[in-house]
Ligand binder design. Structure first.
Ligand code: DX5
Ligand code: ZN
Length: 218
């Protein structure tokens, strides 16, 4: 079963409530938090997340593009008002990623690890018992609207192999440049959660765009 996670980053921030209403049939709302340090962009943080949580019925899939994010994790959890399904941190941004994952798990939510295009899947080998979701970045993080990097496809295949060998129960998510053309590629090699910003929020009909993505990918 494919899950669709529209990225709020691509929504029109001048009318966030209306934008959120357009995607209420999604599986998750993907929330991109950027700090201007780990990535060269700043998006939004707990106050905006709290506003979204008041109007969205969806579980939140939070993607932290934040350098050493441990301090932020409890604040995200509180701002999410019980809506947080998973908090994902970047492997490259955490010096002690094992401890960071424990901090997330101790809050009773799922813990995810995101990997930049250059980072191999093998960095997760010894921390797999703490990982609920692997977010394979299919663009360099920081901006919406970039082109899908097909060179990342073999990494998704590596992730599937590693999870099977370890008998690990872990979801594979892809993020960046996912559209009607690239979603089937990612799904065919094992991705099960599709993050899409531009392809959903900038489509004439976001609801229809989600359905097409779901059908094509299934
Ligand atoms: C990029 C973010 C993505 C972004 C995806 O750093 O993590 O979630 O919003 O946007 P699209 O789907 O437009 O590539
Ligand atoms: Zn993201």
């Amino acid at each position: 079963m494919i899950k669709i996670a529209p990225s709020l980053l691509a929504a029109d921030f001048a009318c966030l409530k209306d934008e959120i209403a357009k995607v209420e049939k999604a599986d998750y709302l993907h929330i991109d938090v950027m700090d201007g340090q780990f990535v060269p962009n700043i998006s939004f943080g707990p106050p905006v997340l709290a506003g979204a949580a008041r109007v969205s019925p969806l579980p939140f899939d939070v993607h932290l593009m934040v350098e050493e994010p441990e301090w932020l994790i409890p604040r995200i959890f509180e701002a999410g008002l019980g809506k947080i399904d998973c908090i994902t941190v970047h492997w490259e941004a955490c010096r002690h990623v094992h401890r960071t994952l424990q901090v997330i798990r101790d809050l009773g939510v799922k813990a995810g690890v995101a990997l930049n295009p250059a980072t191999p899947i093998s960095v997760l080998q010894y921390i797999l018992p703490l990982v609920d979701r692997i977010l394979v970045m299919t663009v360099n993080p920081g901006f919406g609207g970039q082109a899908f990097l097909s060179e990342v496809i073999p990494k998704i295949e590596d992730a599937v192999r590693m999870l099977a060998a370890a008998d690990a129960d872990c979801e594979i998510e892809v993020d960046g440049g996912i559209d009607l053309e690239t979603a089937p590629l990612a799904v065919s090699v094992g991705a099960r959660i599709l993050v899409a910003g531009t392809a959903i929020f900038r489509a004439p009909d976001p609801q229809e765009a989600m359905e097409s993505l779901r059908q094509l990918a299934s």
